[in-house]
Design a protein around this ligand. Structure first.
Ligand code: URA
Length: 435
């Protein structure tokens, strides 16, 4: 046994040993563990051992709830109670080419619902919504709480940076998980996401849980378990929550990057855009509006008649951006062509995400800057028939020397074959989980 501090009621080693041996952890000890870690009493080494034990042995439902509550209690709780509108948020577990927040937030807000999208920056191969929007000249991610409330009241939609006061325990724990191979633990992902969303104070939440090579969850059973855990945490805290499980084997839409994803989102808001981006935007908007008490509205009409676009322009202007300004253009580009006739049978989401990241669209360290014009434009997508010499995709960046490593990531990541079956359409929305 280790000696506990005279001033601390519990010992981190006891908590770690319990999880390591798959024994229940008393709730007050779990609460203390998170609090003591946030205060700096429990060390990074101890918390990393705890995270690894959770990854290997899991936690019970009640333990996950206590962990989530402890992370919420580590920081401030926001409230939109005085707004006079229902609030509904969306969270995606992260994917490649996932620009859905951009058309979705103004679309849902155009029905008079408030959409507070407190978002993050990209780390690793999945992009960050704030990085994408920062490619719009003048747009700023940081808003004060007063500015956030005023914009929700006047415009309805806000996409901005989550303040550092929201679930600081999660921020510290996530940084540690990132460097200790413990990101993929379902109890830790669920408590991380839901602590921030519950602390944010939204009335309702729709989760987009990605499944496939480009996602944290590569199989449907794990994705279902993650979704069910988060939906239950939402219900326990009075946040009406539903989840869609959606395919992330292949990139979403035809763009992966920042400025090019904004361009594609604007196409959707103008009533066009790729079919998969439109389908997912509409499916998530329907669920968000149903939770906000508007189950029967015509979501597509708001894209077709310009209402969603009007809200987008107002949302961008309210944060200093110019929605009509030209987006950054890349200095260098490199197009890859089909070397044979056939059908595009696969495009691996993870490999395309890594390639875009290596082009500079994402960052390796939190303090790095992204290249807003960097990314990949897909000329064809899975299932398309191509002829030898047709362009398949174009890589873009500002720094020529980045192409080599990006092309390495794409080696073997896309297949042109003869087999029509391998390229048969797959559903985008795989399942729906409700409380
Ligand atoms: N997103 C989060 O906010 N937390 C996780 O643990 C994983 C994805």
């Amino acid at each position: 046994m280790t000696a506990a501090s005279a001033r601390e009621p519990f010992d981190a080693v006891d908590v770690i040993r319990r999880v390591r041996d798959a024994r229940p952890v008393p709730h007050d000890e779990l609460r203390w563990m998170i609090d003591a870690f946030t205060r700096g009493y429990v060390s990074d080494a101890q918390m990393a051992a705890f995270a690894m034990a959770v990854l290997l042995n899991g936690l019970g439902r009640e333990e996950i709830r206590v962990l989530t509550d402890a992370m919420i209690a580590s920081g401030e709780r926001m409230s939109f109670a005085g707004l006079g509108k229902r609030t509904v948020d969306k969270h995606s577990t992260g994917g490649v080419g996932d620009k859905i927040t951009l058309p979705l937030a103004p679309l849902v807000a155009s029905f008079g619902v408030a959409v507070p999208q407190l978002s993050g920056r990209g780390l690793g191969h999945t992009g960050g919504t704030l990085d994408k929007l920062e490619s719009i000249p003048g747009w700023r991610a940081a808003l004060s709480n007063d500015e956030l409330h005023a914009q929700l009241r006047d415009v309805g939609a806000v996409v901005c940076a989550a303040g550092s006061g929201l679930a600081p325990a999660d921020k510290k724990l996530y940084a540690l998980r990132d460097v200790t191979g413990t990101v993929e633990a379902i109890p830790l992902i669920a408590s991380s996401i839901m602590s921030k969303k519950i602390a944010e104070g939204t009335d309702a939440l729709v989760l987009d849980v990605k499944v496939g090579s480009g996602a944290f969850m590569t199989d449907i059973a794990s994705a279902r378990e993650l979704a069910a855990t988060m939906v239950a945490l939402g219900a326990d805290s009075g946040v009406a929550t539903t989840a869609l499980l959606t395919d992330m084997e292949t990139p979403l839409g035809r763009t992966i990057g920042n400025a090019n994803e904004v361009r594609e989102a604007v196409e959707v808001l103008a009533g066009g855009g790729p079919a998969d981006v439109v389908e997912l935007t509409v499916a998530l908007a329907r669920d968000m509006l149903a939770l906000a008490g508007q189950p029967d509205v015509d979501v597509e009409a708001a894209l077709a008649d310009g209402r969603a676009m009007d809200t987008w322009r107002a949302m961008i202007r309210a944060q200093g951006g110019d929605p009509e300004a030209a987006l950054p253009a890349p200095r260098e580009s490199h197009t890859v062509f089909a070397d044979r006739d056939g059908v595009l049978e696969s495009m691996d989401a993870l490999a395309f995400g890594v390639a875009a990241w290596r082009l500079g669209a994402g960052r390796a360290r939190a303090e790095d800057a992204v290249i807003h014009a960097a990314g990949i434009d897909l000329h064809v997508t899975r299932g398309a028939r191509v002829r030898a010499g047709d362009p398949v995709f174009t890589l873009s960046t500002d720094e020529d020397e980045r192409f080599g490593r990006a092309l390495e990531a794409l080696d073997g990541a896309w297949i042109i074959g003869d087999d029509g079956d391998a390229a048969a359409p797959r559903p985008l929305v795989l399942d729906r989980i409700t409380a």
